[in-house]
Write a protein that binds this ligand. Structure first.
Ligand SMILES: Cc1cc2nc3c(=O)[nH]c(=O)nc-3n(C[C@H](O)[C@H](O)[C@H](O)COP(=O)(O)O)c2cc1C
Length: 162
């Protein structure tokens, strides 16, 4: 995949169809990652930003919450099965990264994967839990949140694109 994929390819397909891994390291130095297909990139507060949505029950959330930075990794189609696995099993139950066959590395302490064709190193700027009263299209409440397990949205500055 071309490194300029964010400008040359369709970002909707990049995130929504190809998916990405959100990875972070907690205070003890342990790393976890999960698949995400909701999120985006854009411009906010004068910075290039990425935003991701993480449900409260995801183990990865604790890692993202404890870390100052997280990474978003994009892979070519041959890794689709791996991303399916990372999005089905929880790091609470298995050492997902070891079992995935992906090679964990780091950039200044931020976990990244050698096999990724595009990596965004992101510094957290903002976190907020989606609120029921803020939904303007209220159909989305029952449709996506029958358990009322609203996502937290994280907005983060894209510090590096590798
Ligand atoms: C294609 C795909 C996209 C997903 N997108 C998201 C997402 O955007 N936000 C989220 O909270 N969970 C998402 N998930 C679910 C998590 O990846 C899944 O629950 C994962 O097992 C969590 O792992 P963890 O408990 O180790 O963090 C997605 C799963 C798949 C398969």
């Amino acid at each position: 995949m071309d490194k300029n994929v964010m400008t040359e390819e369709n970002v909707f397909s990049l995130i929504g169809d190809r998916w990405m891994l959100v990875a972070a390291t907690d205070k003890s130095g342990k790393t976890n990652a999960m698949t995400a297909s909701w999120g985006g990139v854009g411009v906010l507060w004068g910075k290039k930003v990425a935003f991701v949505f993480i449900r409260p029950q995801r183990y990865t959330k604790k890692f993202v919450d404890e870390a100052e930075r997280f990474s978003l990794s994009f892979f070519d189609d041959s890794f689709k099965k791996t991303l399916g696995y990372m999005g089905k099993v929880s790091g609470r139950d298995e050492d997902k990264i070891a079992k995935s066959g992906l090679t964990l590395s780091d950039i200044n302490g931020v976990p990244v994967f050698k096999e990724a064709s595009l990596t965004l190193v992101c510094r957290k700027l903002y976190r907020q839990t989606l609120e029921e009263k803020c939904f303007l299209e209220t159909d989305n409440i029952d449709k996506w949140y029958p358990q009322r397990d609203y996502h937290d949205v994280y907005v983060a500055e894209i510090e590096q694109q590798i």
